[in-house]
Design a binder for this molecule. Structure first.
Ligand code: CIZ
Length: 305
């Protein structure tokens, strides 16, 4: 007997073949979305995968800035975001206009933008970074050069502390990661004394200070695989637990907070993926002038590392 999901999955697979599409899923997506994807990863891994694929259509299961990053790197492919409301509140905490105003206050500063930003903000930035490489990129900026870091204040202050650099921080934050509280880590450490704690750098400073390792989602996936720890406490959006548990059946993963759910990520479902493939909607295409300028910032990140 087939259930609804089996039928949906079959239809998605058939349409995927007919339209020469590939499905990419971020680590924070619903489990059933991750399971149907051709590749699951963080936004940079997904963009790199997209750049290499010979598929004509990329169904991007994540949030809008991620689909834009794919469009920046793959201008000739059709990039579909199954729900146009899947935006990122952190990315929306800065606009290109406000960044331009800030740049006039710090005309000598290098503008480093977290990948969680719109293509238009990337176009006004000198270099892009991800949660996996911010610290290394900050280290490469010549000493004495000011760094204006946008839009995530917590990732910025983590990189500043790790490198000993003073940075000008935009006051943005991820509403999901700030739900992760230090007292929850302290309680879980008492309940699981042998567990390791990993936290995402978008978490509050008081949270990252309590972690054994501060890692991007890709870093957490590798940490889980390589660590001897049998119990790992996870301080990030809980969608990643699906993949961690699937890939490491002998280990136990404990979320710091069940409240750490990004509602926008969860807008993508099997139904919306099917609709997207049927209608070839919603297409995300960055205008060429913006794309070329945004690509410079992304390319610089890739060149420096
Ligand atoms: O780069 C990404 O995909 C984000 C937003 C977080 C992470 O650590 O993967």
């Amino acid at each position: 007997m087939t259930n609804n999901n089996d039928e949906l999955i079959e239809q998605i697979r058939r349409l995927k073949k007919e339209t020469k599409a590939i499905i990419l899923s971020h680590n924070y997506q619903l489990g059933e979305v991750q399971d149907i994807a051709d590749f699951v990863g963080d936004s940079l891994e997904l963009s790199q995968k997209a750049a290499k694929t010979d598929a004509d259509v990329i169904v991007f299961c994540g949030v809008h800035f991620m689909a834009e990053t794919v469009s920046i790197l793959c201008p000739h492919k059709t990039v579909l975001l199954p729900d146009m409301h899947a935006g990122c509140p952190l990315a929306n905490m800065i606009t290109p206009q406000r960044l331009l105003e800030k740049k006039t206050e710090y005309p000598q500063a290098i503008v480093m933008c977290y990948i969680n930003s719109s293509a238009a903000v990337k176009a006004e930035s000198d270099i892009c970074c991800t949660s996996a490489n911010t610290v290394r990129l900050v280290q490469k900026v010549p000493l004495g050069k000011e760094i204006l870091f946008v839009p995530d204040q917590y990732l910025g202050s983590f990189a500043a502390a790790e490198t000993g650099r003073e940075m000008i921080l935009w006051p943005g934050y991820c509403p999901t990661h700030v739900r992760i509280q230090p007292q929850d880590i302290l309680r879980l450490r008492t309940e699981h004394p042998h567990a390791k704690v990993v936290a995402h750098p978008e978490c509050r400073t008081e949270v990252t200070a309590l972690a054994d390792a501060v890692l991007s989602t890709g870093g957490m996936i590798r940490f889980a695989r390589e660590s001897e720890a049998k119990e790992i406490i996870i301080g990030t959006e809980i969608g990643i637990l699906h993949r961690l548990r699937k890939e490491n059946p002998g280990k136990s993963f404990i979320p710091v907070s069940e409240q750490a759910v990004c509602p926008r990520m969860k807008l993508i479902t099997l139904e919306t993926i099917l609709w997207s493939l049927e209608s070839m909607e919603h297409q995300v295409k960055v205008p060429e002038e913006t794309r070329l300028r945004a690509k410079r910032a992304v390319d610089r990140m890739l060149e420096v590392l």
